[in-house]
Design a protein around this ligand. Structure first.
Ligand code: ZN
Length: 491
């Protein structure tokens, strides 16, 4: 007996067609018109779209950062993702300073044990010693085929150009892809020092110390280096005209370069959000920073014309009002016990969050809650306004992520033999986004009050129901690690 998704409109990156989809076990076994119900459990999809599960290729669950940890972990973050139609994500393993890539991988495998949705890993290389350079090919055997390097966060994660270029050559030789956080971290650090010296300490100065030019410069540098190295490059979280222009030029030259933007960069603004009164702007601090409307329009054009291939989130949420409860004492008593346990002691306890940067914007933990809302917001702002078609929506959120990161066609589409990650999307269902109703572990919502028309109503992963309406059917350990293949196409 299988599960038959009946009467819906199938939406893939290339077509919209009336079809039934039969799932047996964990995979799709038949797609056709009027498939017989006999013996199958039927999911009535009349008036709904059937889409592949969303893939968010840029998340930071349970990430140690800026003196605290991001709130959502491989339990809460997974549940939140699935309620938004995302059934797989790729998180970043961070190589510990002085340690190996495998050291980092061990830590993240541990973090991922409660997984409820499928996941993969990128490897963030922070310390490229000779032995680490030689360790890189072994990552491909672990199913990790993407390396991330930071051109920003000086004295923390930032690497110099020699390191970046060496990593690119090694990645290219092994069929892997390099991802970069492209901002000129040296210039950013100088600007931060100048602003602090001038007493400019409010959240808005986070923007002024990371202007579009530093993103454009670094993007151009990475694009040119990738072209020279013959290395597939994927520029993460692009926000502005300057970086889009650099990528577009590289693609016109035939370089193997691609890029993503994140959902927040279509909507959240410097002036209204980051520049809000008092400390409120801290809620919107992420790097690169959110930009104003003129850049939003540039990004829409870039996802329409194919300059950008993916929309992700960079999900990395922190409490707006954190640091509540006797953390120091608790930690001592429990021998360095973890943040989740601490917060379970008493619902009013919270790990430190955005308030760490009160009085100094440079100390605000960078990151936002978005993993749950990505697809609904892109649908609302993109599809409902006519900027992109439902097919382009699927391509940006599901199919291209799977292709670029070596999981296609097992993931990212609805076809015979693919994993049965299926989202039943009701284009008429309405919802108002709010911190009060979200599943993300966070005390604010980026899109608070935004009215959405079109959302997931039923979500399946590998043939198992995760979500129906408000109900959760997933379980810890239900998510699987997905090993990815090398030599993925450049699109
Ligand atoms: Zn990130």
């Amino acid at each position: 007996m299988g599960t038959l998704f009946k009467g819906g409109t199938l939406v893939t990156a290339s077509e919209m067609v009336q079809a039934d989809v039969l799932v047996e076990g964990e995979v799709i076994t038949l797609i056709g018109k009027d498939i017989s119900k006999r013996g199958h459990e039927v999911v009535n999809c009349k008036g709904k779209y059937l889409m592949p599960g969303g893939i968010d290729v840029h998340t930071h669950l349970d990430l140690p950062f800026g003196g605290t940890y991001s709130n959502d972990d491989f339990d809460t973050g997974h549940k939140a993702a699935a309620f938004g139609g995302t059934t797989m994500h790729i998180d970043f393993v961070i190589q510990p300073k002085g340690g190996t890539l495998h050291d980092g991988l061990r830590t993240w495998r541990e973090k991922a044990k409660p997984a409820q949705i499928d996941y993969g890993f990128h490897m963030a290389v922070t310390d490229l010693r000779e032995d680490v350079l030689e360790e890189i090919p072994s990552m491909a055997k672990e199913g990790i085929t993407s390396l991330k390097l930071f051109m920003a966060y000086k004295n923390v994660f930032q690497v110099d150009d020699t390191t970046l270029f060496r990593a690119m050559k090694q990645a290219a030789a092994n069929g892997m892809i390099v991802m970069v956080h492209a901002e000129n971290g040296d210039v950013v650090q100088e600007l931060i020092t100048d602003h602090i010296a001038a007493g400019k300490l409010d959240p808005i100065y986070h923007y002024d110390t990371r202007p579009p030019e530093v993103e454009g410069e670094a993007t151009n540098r990475a694009v040119v280096m990738a072209g020279l190295a013959g290395c597939s490059l994927y520029v993460v979280h692009m926000t502005c005209q300057e970086s889009v222009d650099a990528l577009r030029r590289g693609r016109a030259l035939g370089y193997p370069v691609m890029g993503e933007t994140c959902v927040q960069y279509f909507h959240i603004t410097r002036d209204k959000h980051l520049g809000a009164k008092g400390f409120e702007g801290a809620k919107y601090v992420c790097s690169p920073p959110v930009r104003n409307d003129e850049h939003h329009a540039i990004l829409w054009q870039a996802v329409r014309d194919g300059t950008l291939q993916v929309v992700s989130t960079d999900h990395c949420d922190f409490w707006y009002e954190g640091g509540v409860g006797p953390w120091q004492e608790w930690s001592k008593k429990h021998n360095g016990g973890n943040w989740v346990e601490y917060e379970k002691q008493d619902p009013s306890y919270r790990r430190p969050g955005k308030e760490l940067g009160k009085g100094n914007f440079a100390k605000i933990p960078n990151g936002l809650p978005a993993i749950e809302d990505r697809m609904m917001v892109v649908w609302q702002l993109g599809v409902n306004s006519g900027k992109i078609s439902p097919m382009r929506f699927v391509e940006l959120n599901c199919t291209n992520p799977a292709k670029i990161f070596g999981m296609y066609p097992r993931k990212g589409t609805i076809s015979v033999g693919a994993d049965a990650d299926i989202v039943v999307w009701d284009p008429k269902a309405k919802k108002t986004l709010s911190a009060k109703t979200q599943h993300m572990r966070c005390d604010y919502n980026l899109f608070e009050g935004m009215k959405i028309t079109g959302m997931p109503v039923v979500v399946y992963q590998r043939g198992n129901k995760l979500v129906e309406g408000d109900q959760w059917f997933g379980h810890n350990g239900g998510g699987q690690y997905i090993a990815r293949s090398t030599h993925a196409p450049v699109i």
